[in-house]
Structures are given as structure tokens and as C-alpha cells.
Design a protein around this ligand. Structure first.
Ligand code: SF4
Length: 711
């Protein structure tokens, strides 16, 4: 067998580490499999991978992956042919549309889909089904940061600067991010920061492996990050550390934001957060003294029912000190899912069209409708957000097509979501394994995995990347693009759904041209040659008519892409960043006599999201075989809890049971559970679906519980 090496990217998180896939005989010694080999030329990870990336090929040849469609007959899923399965889905969707109208058909996507698939899924929902009811699991990931970024800067791109800028800052405040578990190769940027003399401040209610590396660890009570940021801004003003020239020249709305912050006295903030006034003062000193500093947020402050305002408060701190748009400075969000960034740019979000255009903007509708060859008046308006969509299953929404998501494990109030899924007239799921959600479906379609098909993703830096095909999918498996094309055909739309990813990307380029996330200058050829291009990138140098992909016209130059945003102006109408006046407010559910403890949730290094993939990889499963309840010794003593013994965690939404893990790394008023597992240890049985009014993000990060010994 001749060995081939394919440079590509990891299928899991938004760091999108570079790796090589080298062909090897498959495990039966017959065909071709692949193994991960080091790829040092991709600058983000320079060859480093976490265990998830290293073991990613295991699922490609796994015996537990789906290889044939499944169709439910007499209550049981049985193997079926593709035609039968696709006919059943087309019939289920068509019947629902006829009997209840187009909005009775829902579509639910995922942040793991490539840009091409996310684009095709949004187009399928709006053009083929004519439904407004589409959203995706990325709503549970970064939507508060997206909403906060758009409010302040007029644009949401996770990081407005490349990761290579992080070590050049003088101080980084990392808020609610545990990079050591979620993206281990990214830790090197923090290590280099400190080696360069920069300071690291970590804000996290737990003393995580990331927090252990910090110069200063602030451990606020869960859900109080907003008050913390306001208290810091109060001190910045009181100590005369604002950048008045920057505020005057590059921002608007300062007086209102300043007044809001001045209402949050340090002593008041100390009472709310548990972070002492001396710690607040030290944070301000460390953040303000260097010339270049940044704040990076992740799910901690974002997954709250006030997530958008919390992000806004941290952005206010950056703006008041003159950071965004300056070298090695500013605000950024560390997006989580592999294509969490691209997944939100190309139309699978309830309120958006490709190119990050707004669905209720008439000019955006006209542009995209022209690319799609449809009348803009036929495009539906904005639909429900992810949790609201799931909550409407079985009532307003009678049939659902779901791709690349496992809400039975990952959605808040998961037992209720599971019950809603069971109440549907019809459920179709496309996935690589029989996930807990697929188990409930009427039809399950086995689809290609990351290494079996070329496509693009957009990393947390806004860097568009080419994931190359390294091997042929097994017999019986088809691409999601193929599924959408076949369903469109069966539902009477015979054109507009190509199965070739590059052809889809070419259309996506045209649809995004002129939009906030402009990909029109990005081609597969450039991605292969340049190893990624940062959007916006409005010209590939070709002589196309204005508004087309390339858009340059005669003599156009190749746009190099935009690694750093906001250097001269922000993406608002007047070019100024906007302060937002925000105030502390309590959690949607504060502890009380019945539920006296706070629950917070998160990830562990050897599992990923709902665990649908990683729980099926032996090495990862051995490293992280199940959930646990992390609690402080003082709380353990009060309960009489013993290390390793099962504890029940009970909220107003249900009960989860997992073994105790006793550690001083957590606050005594808080317990932590990872959320990767189904069954009795499912953390999301407990979580609160209270929504942020702007981003519609559920309050995953804090709810009131009581903890009991079992038996
Ligand atoms: Fe994959 Fe993320 Fe691990 Fe990198 S850090 S190897 S992208 S899971």
C-alpha cells in the first residue's frame, strides 16, 4: 500500500488544530484507514494536539458507527435502504407541511457542520420547506458573546485578532474559560504570555487547571461576572485610569455606562461576588498598567440569562481603558464548537442569512434571494431560538429534521426536551452514531465524518480553513449535502442543492459578498495555498461584476484577509464602538431554603460536548468514564458525603446522580458537574432554561440545587 499524507484539521473544537492524516491499512488489514501524524506547519497548534484530536480517527473505523439508514417500524428501528429512508423523511415533512403549514416543520443544526453544510441546511429550511423554524446548537455556545459583540462593535467575530497576539499583551483576563481542559494546545499562548512578563488573571468559581497557572485567580460566585466587571470599571474610573482620548474619539455612550458602573461600589460588588476589594484593586492595577491588555471570555459569563449584558460589561471595561482596535489588545470570545464561528455565519441561525446578514433586513433578503433564484417575499422571517424551538416540539412544531446535534444530552432541562422530542409526529436525524437523540427518531441517516469529505470550517480566530478528505466513506454512508439534495428533489425543488462541497462554497461566496462575514474573496485554491484566510475577505482578485464572488472588476487586487479587526474604525454606522449601560441583576434562580446550593456545569478534557463521539472512543472513555459531582470538603462534611459515593443533585427540573469528588478547588456554596453523559448522571436534567432576552442563551452556568446522599 502506498502511503499518503493529507494535511487537515481536527473535527472537534474551535481551535481547529492542524494535523496530518497518514494512510495505514485498516484494522482488518484490507482497505485503507488513517492515523494522526504530527503537522507542525499550522501556526495555531504547531503540531500539538489534545487526546481528542489524537484519537479522532478511532470513530472512522469504529464498529459502533452507523453504516445503514434505520427506519422505525412497529416501534423498532430496523435497517433500511436509502430510498426508503429518504422517502419516509420527505413524506413526513410533506405531510406535516400540508396538514399544519410550513412552520410546523422544524430544522435543528449543529456547530460541527462545515460551512457548506450549514449554508445548505439554512437554504433547505427556507427555500424547500419554507419554514422559519430553524436554529442550531451553537445558540447554546456563543450567542451571548455574538450579541454583545454586535451591540458594541457592530460585528461578531469570536477573536478580532489572531491567537498569536495573546502572548504579546501585558495582561490577559480570562473569564469563565478552562482552556487546560477545553483546548489544551491553546495553553501555550498563556504560558508564552507569562514567559514574556505578561500577567494572567483567571476568573472562575473553580480553581481549575487553567486557574492554577494564573498570577491572580478570582473565584466569584457563579452568575456574578457582570457585577465583577462593573466593580472593576468603577475602580478604573475612581482611580483615574480611563483613556479619555480614546473614549472621545472612538466610542459613544460612555456617560450612561459610566453612571451605571459608578452605582456599583467595590464593597457592594464584594458582597455580590465574594471577590474582595483588595483583589478588585489588584486586578485593575494589573490590567491598566501595561500598554496592551485584553479580556477573553468563554461560556462562564456567556451561558447566563444576562449573558449579553455580562459580555457588554467586560467590553465596557476594555473600551474605557482604550483597548479594542489597538495592537495586542481588546476583547475576544473563545468560541467552543469546531465550526461554532462558521456555523453562525451562513444561515442556520434563526434570525440570519448567509454572510451574517439579518433575515429581517430587506436588502439582505433581496441579495440572498437573488443568489438562491427565489422571490425575496417567499423567504420566511426569523424563527424561534434553539431552546424555544425544542420547547415547541409536539405542539406548534410537529416534524423535525435534525443534523449533527444531540439535544437529549446537551439542551437545558433535558428531560423536558427529551419528552418534547418523543411527542413529535415525525423525527429524522442524520448523524454518525446512534446518539441518544437518534434513538428517538423515526428515521436515522448515517452520514460522513470529517475525514471522509472535503469542506471548510471557520476557527475561533475567524480563520477559514480547508478540511480535506483523506479517505473514502464506507459503503452505505452518504454526505449531509447528498441528503439535502435528495430531500429537496423529493420535495419538488430539483435545482440548487449541489453535492460537491466546492460548488456549494462557490455559491456561499456569492451569498456572503458584501455582508458582514464576507467570504467572496476566499476560494478552495487560496485555502489550500495559504493555509487559511481570515474573513472579511472581499476580493480574490478575479474580474467579476460588483456584488459577485470576487467582486473586484477589472484590475481587482487579491484581498489578503483580515486577521485584525477594528484598527481604524468599528463596524457600526458611525465607526464608533458603543458602550452599553448595564446593571447587575440576580440569577434567574437564586438558592433558597429548599435548593440552597448553586450548580455550575462544564467540560472535562477527554470528552467533548454531548459525548456522542468521544464516549465511543475507548481511550477517551477510559480516561473519563462518567460524570461526577465536585464539591468542597465543608459542604461534603455537612452532608456526610464521602469521596466516590453517589450523590443526588436535585433541582426544580429533576434529579441527577453521580459519585462525589471532594476538592478545595471549588467554592463551598457551589457544586460542579460535567455535562457529557446521558442517563441518571445527565447534568442537563438539572439546568435552567431561563433565557437571555437578547441572545436567547439559556442559563446553563448556574441554578439552585440541593445535594443529597443516595440511600
Ligand atoms: Fe482538536 Fe480542540 Fe483538541 Fe485541538 S484542542 S486537538 S482542535 S479537540
Amino acid at each position: 500500500m502506498q502511503t499518503s499524507v493529507t494535511p487537515t484539521h481536527c473535527p472537534y473544537c474551535a481551535l481547529q488544530c492542524g494535523m496530518n492524516l497518514t494512510s495505514v491499512p485498516d484494522r482488518d488489514g484490507g482497505g485503507t484507514g488513517v492515523e494522526v501524524t504530527e503537522r507542525t506547519d499550522f501556526p495555531v497548534n504547531r503540531g500539538a494536539l489534545c487526546g481528542k484530536g489524537r484519537t479522532a480517527p478511532a470513530l472512522l473505523s469504529s464498529r459502533v458507527r452507523l453504516t445503514t439508514p434505520l427506519v422505525r417500524t412497529d416501534g423498532v428501528l430496523r435497517p433500511a435502504g436509502w430510498d426508503e429512508a429518504l422517502d419516509r423523511i420527505a413524506e413526513g415533512l410533506s405531510r406535516t407541511r400540508t396538514e399544519h403549514g410550513p412552520d410546523a416543520c422544524g430544522v435543528f443544526g449543529g456547530g460541527g457542520l462545515t460551512n457548506e453544510k450549514a449554508y445548505a441546511l439554512g437554504k433547505f429550511a427556507r427555500v424547500v420547506l419554507g419554514t422559519s423554524q430553524i436554529d442550531y446548537n451553537g445558540r447554546f455556545c456563543m450567542s451571548s458573546a455574538a450579541a454583545g459583540g454586535i451591540k458594541a462593535f457592530g460585528l461578531d467575530r469570536g477573536l478580532p485578532f489572531p491567537l498569536e497576539d495573546v502572548p504579546k499583551a501585558g495582561c490577559v483576563i480570562l473569564v469563565g474559560s478552562n482552556l487546560a481542559e477545553t483546548m489544551p494546545p491553546a495553553l501555550r499562548y498563556l504560558t508564552e504570555l507569562r514567559e514574556n512578563g505578561g500577567k494572567l488573571i483567571v476568573v472562575d468559581p473553580r480553581r481549575t487547571r487553567t486557574a492554577e497557572q494564573a498570577d491572580l485567580h478570582l473565584a466569584p460566585r457563579p452568575g456574578t461576572d457582570l457585577a465583577l466587571a462593573l466593580g472593576l470599571l468603577h475602580l478604573v474610573v475612581a482611580e483615574g485610569r480611563t483613556d479619555e482620548a480614546y473614549i472621545r474619539e472612538r466610542t459613544s455612550g460612555w456617560e450612561e455606562a459610566r453612571a451605571a458602573a459608578m452605582a456599583h461600589w467595590p464593597e457592594y460588588v464584594e458582597r455580590i461576588t465574594g471577590v474582595s476589594v483588595p483583589q478588585l484593586r489588584e486586578t485593575v492595577r494589573m490590567f491598566c498598567e501595561p500598554e496592551a491588555t485584553m479580556v477573553l471570555t468563554a461560556r462562564g459569563p456567556e451561558q447566563q440569562s444576562k449573558g449579553t449584558d455580562t459580555v457588554g460589561a467586560w467590553i465596557n471595561l476594555c473600551l474605557a481603558t482604550g483597548r479594542p482596535g489597538r495592537p495586542f489588545s481588546g476583547y475576544g470570545c473563545l468560541t467552543g464548537q469546531g465550526n461554532g464561528q462558521g456555523g453562525r455565519e451562513h444561515g442556520q441561525k434563526a434570525d440570519q442569512l448567509p454572510g451574517y446578514r439579518k433575515l429581517d433586513d430587506p436588502a439582505a433578503r433581496r441579495h440572498v434571494a437573488e443568489v438562491w433564484g427565489v422571490d425575496p417575499d417567499t423567504l420566511p422571517g426569523p424563527g424561534r431560538s434553539a431552546y424555544e424551538l425544542l420547547d415547541a416540539l409536539g405542539t406548534d412544531i410537529r416534524a423535525l429534521l435534525l443534523m449533527a446535534s444531540n439535544p437529549v444530552v446537551s439542551a437545558p432541562r433535558a428531560a423536558h426536551v427529551e419528552e418534547r422530542l418523543r411527542s413529535l409526529d415525525f423525527l429524522a436525524v442524520a448523524d454518525v452514531v446512534l446518539s441518544e437523540t437518534a434513538e428517538l427518531a423515526d428515521v436515522v441517516l448515517p452520514v460522513t465524518q470529517w475525514a471522509e469529505e472535503t469542506g471548510t470550517t471557520t476557527s475561533l480566530e475567524g480563520r477559514v480553513l480547508l478540511r480535506r478528505q483523506a479517505l473514502t466513506p464506507p459503503e452505505g454512508i452518504r454526505s449531509d449535502l447528498h441528503v439535502l439534495r435528495e430531500l429537496a428533489d423529493r420535495l419538488g425543488v430539483e435545482k440548487g442543492f449541489p453535492t460537491d462541497p466546492e460548488e456549494v462554497f462557490e455559491e456561499l461566496r456569492r451569498a456572503s459578498a458584501g455582508g458582514p462575514a464576507d467570504y467572496s474573496g476566499i476560494t478552495y485554491r487560496r485555502l489550500a495555498e495559504e493555509d487559511g484566510v481570515f474573513w472579511p475577505c472581499p476580493s480574490d482578485g478575479s474580474a467579476g461584476p460588483a456584488g459577485s464572488a470576487g467582486e473586484g472588476g477589472e484590475g481587482a487586487v487579491v484581498h489578503p484577509g483580515t486577521p485584525r479587526l477594528f484598527l481604524d474604525r468599528f463596524a457600526t454606522a458611525d465607526g464608533r464602538a458603543r458602550f452599553v449601560a448595564v446593571h447587575h441583576r440576580p440569577l434567574a434562580e437564586e438558592p433558597d431554603a429548599e435548593y440552597p446550593v448553586l450548580l455550575t456545569t462544564g467540560r472535562v478534557v477527554s470528552q467533548y460536548q454531548s459525548g456522542a463521539q468521544t464516549r465511543r472512543v475507548d481511550e477517551l472513555n477510559a480516561a473519563a468514564p462518567g460524570p461526577f459531582v465536585e464539591l468542597h470538603p465543608r459542604l461534603a462534611e455537612r452532608l456526610g458525603a464521602v469521596e466516590g459515593e453517589p450523590l443526588a443533585v436535585v433541582s426544580r427540573r429533576g434529579r441527577a446522580v453521580a459519585p462525589a469528588r471532594i476538592t478545595t478547588a471549588i467554592r463551598p456554596d457551589t457544586v460542579f458537574m460535567p455535562f457529557h453523559w446521558p442517563g441518571e448522571g445527565r447534568a442537563n436534567t438539572l439546568t435552567n432554561p431561563a433565557l437571555d432576552p437578547t441572545s436567547r442563551m439559556p442559563e446553563f452556568k448556574a441554578c439552585a440545587v440541593r445535594v443529597e446522599r443516595v440511600g
